[in-house]
Design a protein around this ligand. Structure first.
Ligand SMILES: [Fe+2]
Length: 610
């Protein structure tokens, strides 16, 4: 293991939403996921291009990499990058050994805990494939990138845990990871004090709450382990009438998750389907799994908060992509500060693995690193003005160059009710667009979720998210104290104040919550200025921010991606760097169709933000 300051670590994840990151002295220098480069949502497989990209973005010579951290110890290697079609679809498509093992697990999963050695035999049989991956990755790094540094494989949940702790600005914390499963576990619990990790619990993947959420996602007709956000959005419109049914299958007792149904995968889906009454409603099933997941997670975290006496919690793992669960954790008695890693699902494992190695080096040298807040997540590609100008010219578009006043112009357009796509600076790391690859609109229009989703060809049940000035939080949200840091990354919901509910109807869900990005000037001066200029014009320190992508495509990365998405979705304007481009079609016709009606169940009086 290398030691000393200035050592650079390369973190890699090669599973679902694969990617890479470079870390130096505990700071993230660059991070990107393969999906953005391959232009395939949640792309899985070896992150060939991400590795080259993060080296280039951080000006790192491959020879200067001190060590490489690869997330996940046991997994098959996929050398070809491909899309993530959904959990069940992926298994159905795979005609390899993996699928056979999946069927065995599905068939015998229910009895596995009662037959000694069965789980062990299952993993032993897969071991040669795992060993091949570890050998081959070392070979690829050496032969394809000239990286001869030591390579370490980091436990999946430990990588989630380190991603949460080392970006949290918390000195001592209860670190909780929860997801579907990885390296045999669906959750781990750590007590961390000044960088010293003490693991208190590990929950076998067999008892995964995340998997139950995925089963419900599939039963509702969506892609499991991909579209869980739709279930979270739908939940607010239903009643949790099947909560008890689901609780008979998955629960929590004394700080442990328990698969009471003793079923896995397809068998679990079949069992739940059979137990549902005829004519069951999707909204009610969504509400049931959401409410139960909130209750179980609350019980689980509460147990470990009481056991450890920690007041601060740091969270990561796919379950914490559920922004409503995160709010419930934050509201637990005894919890003061809550932080959710911005790349909370497996897209964050490269960062976590790299930070795990950094932590190990620090401990070996006796260095105690002071907690430090995550400065920002603008860790991806940026493009020069001439590159943007060239892309605009190539596309045959007319642009107005507005150096020094593009932000005012965007705010003016927003206050006139126009939709503006914003492409500026470095691309965000993680699942959220935070102002540099975002589509912006005023927040007061209650029909926006209908027509803008139609323009972007999305099916969403969660309203668009607000970006608001950091200083305005008290006017807009309730009980946000202690979660301000994580709210910079849009990772948690808050209940909204009456003022917010009245003035920003387009971003408040039917359960009265919103999932804000609280923007500080120093985090993104240009974006802050747009919101501030909008506030000056309208008195509302909030704008809508939804990711700049269309349909099921990843968020745009390059000027060419942006122009294609802009033209394809008929938005009013695009502000690329200092260039303002008017869309040839605009959003007027689609909006007109929705005037006076909303399937979102809101009053559709005229926008109140002006
Ligand atoms: Fe995970």
């Amino acid at each position: 293991m290398p030691s000393g300051s200035g050592v650079r670590f390369l973190g890699i994840t090669d599973g679902q939403t694969s990617g890479a990151a470079i870390i130096e002295d505990g700071r993230l220098l660059s991070a990107i996921n393969e999906e953005r480069i391959a232009r395939i949502k949640m792309a899985r497989g070896f992150p060939w291009k991400s590795i080259s990209e993060v080296l280039g973005l951080s000006n790192t010579d491959p020879k200067d990499i001190g060590a490489v951290a690869v997330a996940q110890v046991d997994m098959e290697l996929r050398e070809t990058v491909s899309g993530w079609p959904g959990w069940f679809e992926a298994r159905a498509q795979d005609a390899d050994m993996h699928s056979a093992f999946f069927k065995i697990a599905s068939r015998f999963g229910g009895v596995a805990p009662f037959i000694p050695g069965l789980s062990k035999a299952y993993y032993l049989a897969r071991f040669p494939m795992y060993a091949h991956r570890r050998r081959r990755i070392r070979q690829i790094l050496d032969q394809n990138y000239g990286i001869a540094a030591p390579v370490r494989f980091i436990d999946h949940h430990y990588a989630h845990a380190t991603s949460a702790y080392y970006t949290s600005n918390l000195e001592n914390a209860l670190v909780v990871t929860m997801d579907g499963g990885g390296d045999g576990h669906c959750s781990q619990i750590y007590s961390v004090k000044r960088g010293q990790f003490r693991r208190l619990a590990m929950i076998d993947s067999y008892n995964s709450l995340g998997n139950y959420y995925a089963y419900i996602t599939a039963i509702c007709g969506f892609k499991a382990k991909r579209h869980e956000g739709k279930i979270t959005g739908l939940a607010a419109r239903g009643r949790p009438v099947y909560r008890e049914l689901l609780e008979s299958m998955i629960g929590c007792k004394k700080g442990r998750l328990i698969n009471r149904g003793r079923v896995l995968f397809n068998t679990a889906v079949d069992r739940i389907r059979a137990a549902l009454p005829a004519g069951w409603k999707m909204e009610d099933l969504a509400a049931s799994v959401q409410v139960l997941s909130e209750d179980i997670t609350r019980d689980y975290v509460r147990h470990w908060v009481r056991r450890t006496g920690h007041r601060d919690v740091a969270l990561a793992g796919g379950l914490f992509a559920n922004v409503r669960i995160n709010e419930e954790v934050h509201l637990l008695p005894g919890v003061e500060n809550t932080f959710v890693h911005p790349g909370m699902s497996d897209e964050g494992l490269a960062v976590g693995a790299g930070l795990a190695l950094q932590g190990e080096m620090d401990r070996s040298t006796g260095e105690v690193r002071e907690p430090r807040e995550l400065e920002h997540v603008y860790l991806g590609n940026s493009y020069s003005e001439s590159e943007m100008a060239e892309a605009i010219r190539k596309a045959g578009l007319q642009a107005t160059h507005l150096p020094g006043r593009i932000e005012e112009e965007i705010a003016e357009k927003l206050s006139q009710g126009k939709v503006v796509a914003r492409f500026n600076g470095r691309m965000e790391y993680g699942p959220r667009a935070l102002g540099n690859r975002s589509i912006l609109y005023q927040p007061g229009d209650p029909t926006v979720n209908d027509w803008l989703n139609e323009l972007l060809r999305r099916t969403e049940f969660m309203p668009f998210a607000p970006s608001s000035l950091f200083e305005s939080a008290g006017q807009l949200y309730e009980s946000y104290e202690g979660a301000e840091d994580t709210a910079r990354f849009m990772t948690i919901t808050f209940h909204c104040t009456p003022w917010m509910r009245e003035r920003c109807a387009g971003v408040v869900h039917v359960d009265q919550t919103a999932r804000p990005q609280m923007v500080r000037r120093e985090d993104n001066p240009s974006y802050y200025r747009i919101i501030d200029e909008y506030r000056r014009r309208t008195g509302v320190p909030v704008i809508i921010n939804t990711s700049f992508n269309i349909h099921e495509e990843p968020i745009v990365r390059s000027p060419d991606d942006a122009i294609r998405a802009f033209l394809d979705s008929a938005l009013d304007y695009m502000a690329m760097g200092d260039f303002l481009i008017e869309g040839p079609v605009g959003s007027y016709a689609t909006r007109k169709k929705w005037e006076g009606r909303s399937k979102w169940g809101r009053a559709t009086d005229s926008p109140t933000s002006r």
